[in-house]
Design a protein around this ligand. Structure first.
Ligand SMILES: Nc1ncnc2c1ncn2[C@@H]1O[C@H](COP(=O)(O)OP(=O)(O)OP(=O)(O)O)[C@@H](O)[C@H]1O
Length: 254
């Protein structure tokens, strides 16, 4: 099951010496269950602030956020968060890191390890299950983090530039994997990125925010990622892909 996200009349200013920093202008946003929404915009425009508020790590100065119709008042198991830097526990092996969510939910040992193995297989990490996080490459750690979030079976996945620190090849591979995973599970995903290519490749809908205080200045449905007849490799080669990317780039530069 996936849930929708509703942001209504949201504004946010951070208190600061010499006056407040207006981080987010007015944001009204409805994300339907099962959408994969990518969010781009210039550095410092408030993308992370918005994601952290939906995650329940911080609350807005004004306005409201609900997930699945329930107001957000703090973090919750129905929202999984993937950070730019993998945040695995160094003292647990990869399988136990992934099994952590089910463990916290009280799932028995054999079952939670089976769940972990299923998600490690899904992200192509079965061979690394017994290793510690520091024995993994950056891309493998990021995959393990994604497996861990999926093992918690959240209805909504919030991803804050998860591939920003990866090399180009690994990044493209993980983008393709995420696409297959989203097509298979229909989870609601909000994905922040600095890459126009990544935004247009992954998003069933692309949002662009203005410079701070961030407002949504482009909101466009994109037909590529949801099309089961399009293999990941084919998407970037479409002429319409280039045209959409040009519009997104123009909106960011505005
Ligand atoms: N805790 C805080 N206190 C004061 N100002 C903050 C705080 N967190 C963020 N800001 C400011 O709010 C603005 C938005 O920051 P945010 O991290 O949301 O932007 P971003 O779009 O995610 O940026 P980037 O793309 O560079 O990661 C920035 O000007 C930032 O300096």
């Amino acid at each position: 099951m996936s849930k929708g996200i509703a942001v209504a009349g949201l504004e946010h200013a951070f208190p600061a010496r010499g006056g407040a920093v207006a981080a987010l202008g007015r944001i009204d946003l409805d994300i339907a269950p099962g959408e994969l929404v990518t969010l781009a915009g210039p550095s410092g425009c408030g993308k992370t602030t918005l994601l952290r508020m939906i995650a329940g790590f911080a609350s807005p100065s004004t306005g409201s956020i609900s997930v699945g119709g329930v107001p957000v008042t703090g973090p919750g198991v129905e929202r999984g968060v993937v950070f730019q830097q993998p945040n695995l526990y160094p003292w647990l092996d990869v399988r136990r890191n992934v099994a952590l969510g089910p463990r916290l939910r009280g799932v028995g040992r054999a079952e939670r390890l089976a769940i972990a193995d299923r998600y490690l297989d899904l992200v192509g990490l079965s061979d690394a299950a017994d290793r510690r996080p520091y024995e993994l490459s950056g891309g493998m750690q990021q995959r393990a983090q994604i497996a861990r979030v999926l093992a918690g079976d959240p209805e909504v996945i919030l991803m804050d530039e998860p591939y920003g620190a990866l090399d180009a090849l690994t990044r493209e591979r993980l983008q393709g994997e995420l696409l297959s995973l989203w097509r298979a599970t229909g989870k609601t995903i909000l994905f922040i990125t600095h890459s126009v290519d990544e935004a247009v490749f992954l998003g069933s809908r692309v949002l662009v925010m203005s410079p701070r205080p961030g407002r949504i200045v482009l909101d466009e449905l994109v037909p590529f990622s949801a099309d089961p007849d399009l293999a990941p490799d084919e998407i970037r080669a479409l002429p319409k892909f280039g045209a959409t990317a040009a519009r997104v780039r123009a909106a960011i530069a505005h």
